[in-house]
Ligand binder design. Sequence first.
Ligand code: PMP
Length: 360
Amino acid sequence: MTTFNFCAGPAMLPVDVMAQAQHEFINWQQHGCSIMEMSHRSKSFIRVAAEAEQDLRDLLNIPTNYKVLFMHGGGRGQFSAVPLNLLKAGQTADYIVSGAWSTSAVEEAAKYGQLNVQNIRQTDANGSRSLIAPKDWQLTPNAAYVHCCPNETVDGIEFTALPDSQSPIVADLSSTILSRPIDVCRYGVIYAGAQKNIGPSGLTLAIVREDLLPTKESIIPSVLDYRLAAENDSMFNTPPSFAWYLAGLVFKWLKQQGGVTEMATRNQIKASFLYDYIDKSDFYSNDVDTAYRSWMNVPFFLADERLNDMFVDQSEAHGLLALKGHRMVGGMRASIYNAIPLEGVQTLVSFMQEFERVNG
Ligand code: PMP
């Protein structure tokens, strides 16, 4: 049975990538050991690391005045790293709240400095969950930065426009990076935990505009210090080397598939296919304003919540894994990152139709 894993993260990885990693797991490129067992300072690993960086630069068209950092600590590590690196004494940072993860980012950053928090969640005329458009955000003049989370993984809500801001925009792209083209120049810092569209957990990407690197005198914990990471090619301490290697394989796979433009085409088709079915059905529903529906994380609800457990059990038996919704939202959630093919979404919709036919 073909299985499709709809987990929000750690998430499904491309099968071709997993097969290659498996093939060279024990004896990487005839070196007699696994890449996992190899010094991060060895020529071979440095080549793998540099190639991964270059491939990512190509995929996202990252300008030369941005550093690409391969860090530890996950998305939450970056919740601390951002204020520690960018928020100086006496400054304020704008924090835009659109869901669960941007709320957590606020809680962490508030430990380090003065924040101006703006809740952009609202309910639209149809009672759907919606957002205030970026052009209408109230930004603080001279803020150190504007932090936002364009795709909220738990809430299934996504915005793609950015405000015209004098201050650098810092974006948590953990669950949307590489799913569609972005203009990196519009951001001061982009960060993302790897475990959705990049590779295994344990690796965190930070793409940082050079002029935002902190000064040498800072007291930032060294493993979160963007300058130290940049000056040491992300090898100030031992990097998550296996995750870095695997991310590199994912980047090569993405290039072979046609890059992020092709991913955007596929992702839009996948998401529309699922939302269209949900919208047509009286048995399932999604409560997000159509203008802000996430391409990556699709929460949906059964009209009769008593059927939830049966839905989860039966979907798993059909090879459709991890559809149970986040505990904060309930219902179901299908995370349909790059590695999920259209066939996975079609199989899910067929299952949903059949479940509706039998139980509706
Ligand atoms: N930001 C977003 C958008 C996320 O989806 C997640 C994790 N799902 C995080 C931050 C936290 O990431 P981590 O668990 O790697 O700290």
